[in-house]
Design a protein around this ligand. Structure first.
Ligand code: PLP
Length: 288
């Protein structure tokens, strides 16, 4: 799982470099404006998990803000695999970012900028986590984000604030609330399981990021013949739920056992959530 003591190698614009020597110009629009897109893919046993849909979402996000995609899917995958190999990464995450590029600071950018590409790996336990045994505690916070949350933008200030509030409250994640309903987690998709056994999560729209892990979990839900209902749910409904969980590339399927200090279901990870996590990991490793 851990990277070796060999130097950590990052990828910047075509070069694999020790992280200490890699740099980005001050005038990069990612730094100045958050004018960029990112993706995070989990790595298990050295394999990229669900990478195709991550690259598809990257393509879509870039298109929505009119940044040319600098690489084909095949080329992206080759770079990612090379970086995983160079860092001897068995388990963790691979992060990639594409910004509009480097130009004198101005809201408008000159035509024909070359996008900046950065990629790095993070060694991390993905299959096991401290929160897993007890389940994650969540607080609710107002959703302060912009109106195009379907774009995986590097402008993440609202999520940073939500995560800071969660850390200050001593919990693992923040669920963002708008108009009385939960939009999503600060870095995850929110689900509840009702007393009737329905799995509920918000429909995809501009209000939420279309989670890659959400998609994979929904396929497993369908395969198991379980009922998925795509609709918004309120905090009150979540508090009354049988189970709750969130999904993301870095947390996979994470049980939620308390919201705003109040226990969910029996106050321990629910059986359906635990099963979905297990099934997700098995399917991911089989490369489905
Ligand atoms: N929603 C938000 C706001 C996120 O930032 C993330 C992941 O970072 C997710 C949902 C989960 O997406 P995925 O399953 O593709 O990691």
């Amino acid at each position: 799982m851990a990277e070796t003591s060999a130097p950590r190698i990052v990828y910047v614009n075509g070069a694999f470099l020790p992280i200490e020597t890699a740099s980005i110009p001050v005038m990069d629009r990612g730094f100045l404006f958050g004018d960029g897109i990112y993706e995070v893919t989990a790595v298990l046993d050295g394999h990229l998990i669900d990478n195709e849909p991550h690259l598809a979402r990257l393509e879509r996000s870039l298109g929505e803000i009119d940044i040319p995609n600098p690489h084909s899917r095949e080329a992206w995958t080759e770079i990612q695999q090379a970086l995983v190999a160079r860092n001897n990464l068995s388990e963790g995450l691979i992060y990639l970012e594409v910004t509009r590029g480097v130009a004198e600071r101005d809201f408008l950018s000159p035509a024909g900028l070359t996008p900046t590409v950065v990629m790095f790996t993070q060694a991390k336990s993905v299959r096991t986590s401290a929160a897993l045994a007890k389940g994650a505690a969540v607080i609710t916070v107002p959703d302060l984000r912009w109106a195009r949350r379907d774009i995986k933008s590097t402008s993440l200030l609202a999520q940073v604030l939500a995560k800071r509030a969660a850390a200050a409250a001593g919990v693992n994640e923040a669920w963002m609330v708008e108009g009385g309903t939960v939009t999503e987690g600060a870095s995850s998709t929110a689900f509840i399981v009702t007393k009737a056994g329905e799995i509920v999560s918000r429909p995809l729209s501009h209000a939420v990021l279309p989670g890659v892990t959400r998609r994979a979990v929904l396929r497993l839900v369908a395969e198991k013949g379980l009922t998925f209902v795509e609709r918004p749910f309120t905090v009150e409904e979540a508090l009354a739920a049988e189970e709750a969980f969130f999904t993301s590339a870095s947390s996979l399927v994470m049980p939620v056992t308390s919201i705003d200090g109040r226990p969910i279901g029996g106050g321990s990870p629910g059986p359906l959530t635990r099963e979905l996590r297990q099934l997700y990991i098995e399917a991911a490793l089989e490369g489905r």
